[in-house]
Design a protein around this ligand. Structure first.
Ligand SMILES: [Zn+2]
Length: 167
């Protein structure tokens, strides 16, 4: 897949698109740009090309085949849906004041949680929790493990009952 003037390779992760300057960079994983899909929107331009628009930039992609274009557009749309739902989960959890700082160290915007201890924690503390083992603390990312954040679990983190949870 090519984008704009110079050739790039694209890789679509679950919630981000990574762009690489060359196939070599692609193989070693040195990305030039990553695009957060919760800010993205995909627009089909013609049979072989499409645009990925973000608030700061529009990326134009040209594929070799119509089929390839279709697959990329489809995958990107899925990625956006997925990114949005995760983004919403994090926003909803942060809407409760006590969830805006790490329960262990007080760091702002903690994006991890211990789902059995029912606390929101930062990345560093998540590492410490994890080292205790899952029988003591089950650590999940607010942004990455969207499946674990069922409605029920989110509800109990909403204002009024942020620390109770059924698990
Ligand atoms: Zn912390």
């Amino acid at each position: 897949m090519r984008g704009e003037a110079k050739d790039v390779c694209g890789r679509l992760a679950r919630r981000q698109v990574y762009l690489y300057k060359s196939e070599e960079d692609f193989v070693v994983g040195v990305g030039t740009t990553s695009i957060d899909m919760n800010l993205g929107n995909v627009k089909e331009v013609d049979k072989k090309s499409f645009d990925l628009t973000t608030p700061y930039r529009t990326f134009s992609f040209i594929t070799d085949h119509e089929q390839e274009r279709r697959e990329w557009v489809e995958a990107m749309k899925q990625s956006i849906t997925c990114a949005l739902s995760n983004y919403e989960v994090a926003q909803r959890i942060w809407s409760e004041e006590s969830n805006r700082t790490c329960a262990d160290c007080g760091a702002p915007k903690p994006d991890w949680a211990s789902i059995n201890l029912c606390v929101v924690i930062c990345k560093k503390c998540a590492g410490e929790h994890r080292s205790l083992g899952p029988s003591i603390s089950k650590v999940r990312s607010l942004k990455m493990d969207n499946k674990i954040w069922t409605e029920e679990l989110i509800e109990v983190r909403l204002p009024g009952s942020s620390i109770l949870c059924e698990y």
